[in-house]
Design a protein around this ligand. Structure first.
Ligand SMILES: NC(=O)c1ccc[n+]([C@@H]2O[C@H](COP(=O)([O-])OP(=O)(O)OC[C@H]3O[C@@H](n4cnc5c(N)ncnc54)[C@H](OP(=O)(O)O)[C@@H]3O)[C@@H](O)[C@H]2O)c1
Length: 346
């Protein structure tokens, strides 16, 4: 039987009962499973590979899936969700995220409706503004490419996008809304001016890029942090690597606990993220990997000493730098991240 055929959905014998998976509760009372499956295959995996992994992950106990229109696979993932739902998993057990891409900041409602059609859902649990910059670039383009139409963050324009996000909640198309790739200065303004505050903020977070200040800011404002690239995206395409990038899974603070627990260092990165308080969304299409990541967040906590040691290995090593969003020739990627504490001037 192919993966896309209808069947009764049963937990795999080596899977984890979803009720045993820890969760985080948003300001509105929504319980989000504290680990999700990432679904961005970049140019390494096909949409079919990833949609097969969605079914496999649900079979081992995942209920939280991080999707986005720009990943180009929501139609195929929709077929997998249908298998899962037809197989008897109640819709309320799933937590499905999608995101509006940068070229649709003026057309959020239609973008969301398209994701709903593609995913075959009546509502999304969470919808995010994928990036705060309304800049289009071709998927998979080189990091040196620049759009002649690129624009900086203009708060007034972002709030027009956010108002459309709020409208989605009013329309019942999404349960909650959130930000992604935003900084403290941007979040301060968004919190000040929004009617519906972001329930979550998705951000890069792994042991070598902990973003402690941003983590503290969002949690103290009642926002749940969702950590992307939780393993440090070790097999990302070469075009996304620079000589300064560090490798989390080779760090002794990670390999030590991995040896103690007999797991791959990737699992320790995921465990650390969940234990620290963010929701990691590791990607994998390999059953042994997504299964061990799920086991990791349920079993065998890291010790206080191990958590403390990992907290000390932050190297401020941002991997997803966003160069393609720069809007002026002479800029560097740091300009996207408001390092001075102020939003970088247009
Ligand atoms: N909001 C945003 O702007 C944004 C940006 C980036 C990513 N994301 C989300 O975050 C998700 C994860 O990010 P990511 O894929 O870049 O990085 P990641 O999750 O840190 O790394 C994924 C890679 O780690 C390896 N891996 C996973 N589990 C493993 C295990 N147990 N043992 C050994 N290796 C393991 C896999 O390598 P192999 O494939 O080689 O096995 C996999 O491709 C994405 O899929 C996407 O949903 C969001």
């Amino acid at each position: 039987m192919s993966y896309a055929e209808k069947r009764k959905f049963e937990l795999a014998p080596d899977g984890i009962n979803p009720v045993k998976v820890p969760f985080r509760t948003t300001r509105n009372g929504t319980r989000i499973p504290a680990i999700g499956l990432g679904t961005f295959g970049s140019d390494r995996f096909t949409a079919d590979d990833i949609s097969a992994a969605v079914i496999g992950a649900a079979e081992v106990g995942y209920r939280h899936f991080d999707c986005a229109s720009v990943y180009g696979n929501e139609k195929q993932i929709g077929k997998s969700l249908k298998v899962i739902l037809d197989g008897g998993i109640p819709r309320e057990e799933l937590h499905i995220t999608s995101k509006v891409w940068n070229d649709r900041h003026d057309d959020v409602v239609n973008s969301c409706k398209q994701s709903l059609i593609d995913l075959g859902l009546g509502y999304l649990d969470l919808y995010l503004v994928h990036w705060p910059f309304p800049n289009f670039h071709a998927p998979g383009c080189d990091v040196d490419s620049r759009s002649p139409d690129a624009k900086p963050y203009i708060h007034e324009n972002f709030m027009k996008t956010w108002t459309q996000m709020e409208e989605l909640v009013n329309l019942g198309l999404v349960k909650e809304i959130g930000t992604s790739n935003v900084t403290i200065p941007k979040l301060k303004l968004i919190l000040r001016d929004s009617r519906i505050k972001p329930a979550v903020s998705e951000m890069e977070q792994h042991p070598h890029f902990q973003q402690q200040e941003l983590f503290d800011f969002v949690t103290s404002n009642g926002i749940i942090p969702i950590g992307f690239a939780p393993i440090g995206s070790p097999t990302r395409p070469d075009r996304d690597k620079t000589v300064l990038d560090t490798v989390d899974i080779e760090d002794p603070a990670i390999t030590g606990p991995a040896k103690r627990l007999g797991v791959h260092p990737a699992v320790i990165c995921v465990k650390w993220g969940q234990q620290r308080g963010q929701i990691p969304i590791p990607f994998s299409v390999r059953r042994n990997e997504y299964l061990s990541n799920l086991h990791g967040v349920v079993n065998d906590a890291l010790t206080d000493e191990e958590m403390e040691a990992i907290s000390r290995v932050d190297k401020n090593s941002r991997l997803i730098k966003g160069q393609v969003f720069l809007w002026k020739e002479e800029q560097t990627w740091e300009d996207l991240w408001d390092l001075s504490g102020e939003i970088t001037a247009p």
